[in-house]
Design a protein around this ligand. Structure first.
Ligand SMILES: Cc1cc2nc3c(=O)[nH]c(=O)nc-3n(C[C@H](O)[C@H](O)[C@H](O)COP(=O)(O)O)c2cc1C
Length: 360
C-alpha cells in the first residue's frame, strides 16, 4: 500500500487515538507489525502549540517513517498553517481529522462535526493540499448521522482535490462508538474512489480482519482500541492473513520484556512524574483479565516512581510465567477485551445529548 511516495511495509495501521498513540506506543506497534501509524491529533489553533502536550505530539525524534501527523481544526487557513508547521517539524504525511466525535473537538466544529458542512470540508482540503508538498489524507466517518451518510461524496471530492488516502471509521458521527460498523458503506466508498482506503472500526481479531477485508475490498486495515494492551495484534493479523492459521499467543517472557521496554521509552518521553501517571492506563490494558491483576493495579496506580511500577510489573509477569510460558489468549481470559471499552471521552460525552441537533 502506498501513501503518495511512501510505500508502506504492510497495510496494517494503528489508528490515531488521543492520549494513547503517543510516540512510544506508535513505535511499539510499528515494531510489532503495524506498517503505519498516525499521531494523536494536533490542534490547528496556534495558541495551543506552545503547550507541553503539543510539543510532545510534534516530537517525532527517531520515529519509524513515514511520520504522519493528524490535525484537528475547521478554519482552512489555520489548518493549512498547522500543516506547514508540522511538515517543518518532520511530518511526512498530513492527516485531517474528520472522524473524531469527541465533544471538545466537535464543539469547535472540527472532527466529525465537519461532515455536515461539505463545502467547508472542500475548502479545508484544498487549502491543506495546496499548503504542503507532502501527501494529505483524511480520516472520516460515514456521515453526520444514519439519515445522512455522505462519505462517498466527501471521498470523491477529496480524491478530486488531491488527497492521497482515506481512513474510514464505519459509523456516523451520531453513532459515536455504538452499533454495528457499516461495512457496506466502507465498500461503497472503496468502489467510488481510486485512492487507497483503510477500513476502520471494531477490528479486534485476525478473523475479523480477514472478514473486513473481504467485505469492504479496502486496501488496508486501521486498528485502534484492539491494540490497547495488545500491540502484537498487528503481527497476529499479518500471520493469519499470510498463513490462514492463528499465531500462538506471545510468551509471557516476551510480553514482560516488551512492557519494560515500553515503560522505559514512556518515562523518557514524558519525564518520570507524568510518565508514571500516564503509564497506569497502559498497564491496566496489558493486564486486564490476567490472574492477580487487581493487586498489580493497586500498586501501579499508587506508584509515584518508575522503579516501583517497573518492579511491580516485573514481579507480576514472573509470577504469571510460573503458570505457563504463554500469555493466556484473549479468548481464554474473561474480560481481556479491554479494547471493547470505549475511552471516557467517546462514550456518553461524545454522543449528542437528547435534543441536541445531530448535525451540530
Ligand atoms: C482513546 C481514543 C482516542 C481517539 N482519538 C482520535 C483522534 O485523535 N483522532 C481520530 O481521528 N480518531 C480518534 N479516535 C478514533 C479511532 O482512531 C478509531 O477511529 C476508533 O477507535 C474506531 O476504531 P477501533 O474500533 O479499531 O477502535 C480515538 C479513539 C479512541 C478509543
Amino acid at each position: 500500500m502506498r501513501i503518495g511516495p511512501h510505500v508502506l511495509p504492510n497495510f496494517l495501521a494503528v489508528a490515531p487515538m488521543a492520549g494513547v498513540t503517543d510516540r512510544p506506543f506508535r513505535q511499539l506497534c510499528k515494531r510489532l507489525g503495524a506498517g503505519y501509524a498516525v499521531s494523536e491529533m494536533v490542534a490547528a489553533n496556534p495558541r495551543l502549540w506552545a503547550t507541553d502536550k503539543t510539543r510532545r505530539r510534534t516530537d517525532h525524534a527517531g520515529e519509524v517513517q513515514p511520520v504522519a501527523v493528524q490535525i484537528a481544526g475547521s478554519d482552512p487557513l489555520l489548518v493549512a498553517d498547522a500543516a506547514r508547521y508540522n511538515v517543518d517539524r518532520g511530518a511526512q504525511v498530513i492527516d485531517i481529522n474528520l472522524g473524531c466525535p469527541a465533544k471538545k473537538v466537535c464543539n469547535a466544529l472540527a472532527g466529525s462535526a465537519l461532515l455536515s458542512d461539505e463545502p467547508l470540508v472542500a475548502r479545508l482540503v484544498q487549502a491543506v493540499v495546496r499548503a504542503v508538498a507532502v501527501p494529505v489524507t483524511l480520516k472520516l466517518r460515514t456521515g453526520p448521522h444514519p439519515g445522512w451518510r455522505n462519505a462517498v461524496r466527501i471521498a470523491q471530492m477529496a480524491e478530486a482535490e488531491g488527497v492521497a488516502a482515506l481512513a474510514l471509521h464505519g459509523r456516523t458521527r451520531a453513532d459515536a462508538f455504538v452499533g454495528a460498523v457499516e461495512y457496506d458503506t466502507i465498500a461503497a466508498v472503496k468502489q467510488a474512489v481510486g485512492i487507497p482506503l483503510f477500513a476502520n472500526g471494531d477490528i479486534a481479531s485476525p478473523a475479523q480482519a480477514r472478514e473486513v477485508l473481504a467485505r469492504t475490498g479496502a486496501d488496508g486495515l486501521m486498528i485502534g482500541r484492539a491494540a490497547q494492551g495488545r500491540p502484537w495484534i498487528f503481527r497476529e493479523i499479518a500471520h493469519f492473513l499470510a498463513t490462514g492459521t492463528l499465531a500462538l499467543p506471545p510468551t509471557v517472557a516476551e510480553v514482560r520484556a516488551l512492557i519494560a521496554e515500553h515503560l522505559h521509552d514512556h518515562y523518557a518521553f514524558y519525564g518520570e512524574e507524568l510518565g508514571v501517571r500516564i503509564a497506569r492506563k497502559h498497564l491496566g490494558w496489558y493486564t486486564a483479565g490476567l490472574p492477580g491483576n487487581e493487586g498489580l493495579r493497586a500498586i501501579v496506580n499508587e506508584a509515584v516512581t518508575p522503579r516501583v511500577q517497573l518492579e511491580a510489573v516485573d514481579a507480576f509477569f514472573a509470577a504469571l510465567e510460573r503458570h505457563g510460558a504463554r500469555l493466556p489468549s484473549a479468548v481464554q481470559v474473561e474480560g481481556k477485551a479491554a479494547h471493547a471499552r470505549p475511552a471516557r471521552h467517546e462514550t456518553a460525552a461524545a454522543r449528542p445529548r437528547a435534543g441536541e441537533a445531530l448535525a451540530a
